[in-house]
Design a protein around this ligand. Structure first.
Ligand SMILES: [Zn+2]
Length: 112
């Protein structure tokens, strides 16, 4: 059984907040070993590339990872990859559903 506590902050991790699942989706690699969990926000190197109104904005201050120091082309590509993976993770984990008529995503429990 995999641990559901974040290996960085020790708090429990819901599937839709888990950076290891996010990475498995982003890299289309289900063989990533999911034997530990980490909040996406506890992984700023990945979190900084999730650009979405429903996701807290993050900065990775470590020079080798900070996207503000990277070429725009690279940043655009990675933002697209990680943001799309994040949206997919919200759907897969049941936090959001796709409206079958409009194709739009809706958070569950949101007023219609
Ligand atoms: Zn954490």
């Amino acid at each position: 059984m995999r641990d559901i506590e974040c290996d960085k902050c020790g708090e429990s991790v819901k599937r839709n907040e888990d950076a290891t699942w996010l990475e498995a989706i982003a890299k289309n690699n289900n063989s990533i070993m999911l034997h530990h969990a980490r909040h996406i926000l506890c992984s700023p190197s990945r979190a900084q590339y999730v650009v979405h109104d429903d996701f807290e904005k993050s900065v990775d201050y470590r020079e080798e990872y900070d996207k503000r120091l990277k070429p725009k082309k690279t940043v655009d590509r990675l933002e697209k990859m990680w943001t799309e993976a994040w949206v997919q993770l919200q759907v897969e984990s049941g936090e959001w559903k796709v409206d079958k008529w409009s194709g739009e995503l809706k958070a569950l429990g949101e007023p219609q």
